[in-house]
Design a protein. Structure first.
Length: 214
């Protein structure tokens, strides 16, 4: 089974969690693109919040009801992919450049479920770690961070400069604290285990569930 077929399989499992009347956060990326197709086919009467303009456009084009986050009182569920899922429960996200919004939505949801294919499972996280940086004082911020590469990419949905930390990850909690403490770092792509309810993993034609910390 190809990686795309695995993404489609786990996306269908994620779509099956959505019920009529739910409010659901939608992430960004290739697995979420498959999730949107599955949701459109399944047709639950749910309300959705998108973490990126791209996801919002694709969801609306498929007939899904996408609303602004401020119009939704709470989120029952958030569904998203990940770039890496480590054995200790930490995630790396941000290849799509929407990790700040994705983290806000994940934290706001009663349940955050991560959808990945088997290639995203790792024993320990490794670089790059996605960053969103303030354009104001960018040179000074980069000087504090050290081994960072600024992406040749459009700004984040909120106007931040996208970059990647290339140093060792080591203990994710320590790196997360260090990155968060640097003025000018608006967000990083390290997601702590306590944000995650479940990780659904497609491996070939099989699905397995990895429990999160909540």
């Amino acid at each position: 089974m190809s990686a795309l077929e695995e993404k489609a399989l786990v996306a269908r499992a994620g779509a099956a969690l959505v019920r009529d009347g739910m409010t659901v956060g939608l992430g960004t990326g290739t697995t979420v693109a498959q999730l949107l197709l599955a949701l459109a086919r399944q047709g639950p009467r749910a309300r959705y919040v998108a973490t990126s303009p791209q996801t919002a456009r694709e969801a609306r084009a498929l007939g899904l009801r996408v609303e602004e986050f401020d119009e939704v009182e709470s989120l029952d569920l958030a569904l998203d992919g990940a770039d890496q899922v480590a054995d200790d429960g930490w995630l790396l996200k941000g290849a799509g450049g929407a990790h700040a919004r994705e983290k806000i939505v994940a934290a706001a949801a009663e349940r955050f479920v991560v959808l990945v294919d088997a290639s995203k499972m790792v024993s320990a996280l490794h670089p790059p770690v996605a960053l969103e940086l303030s354009a104001f004082g960018l040179a000074a911020t980069l000087g504090h961070l050290g081994a960072v590469s600024v992406r040749d990419a459009p700004a984040s949905p909120d106007g931040g400069v996208l970059a990647d930390y290339l140093g060792e990850v080591g203990e994710p909690a320590q790196l997360a604290r260090r990155l968060s403490a640097v003025p000018g770092v608006l967000a990083h792509g390290l997601f702590a285990p306590d944000l995650v309810s479940d990780v659904l993993v497609a491996n070939g034609d099989q699905l397995r569930r990895v429990r999160g910390a909540t």
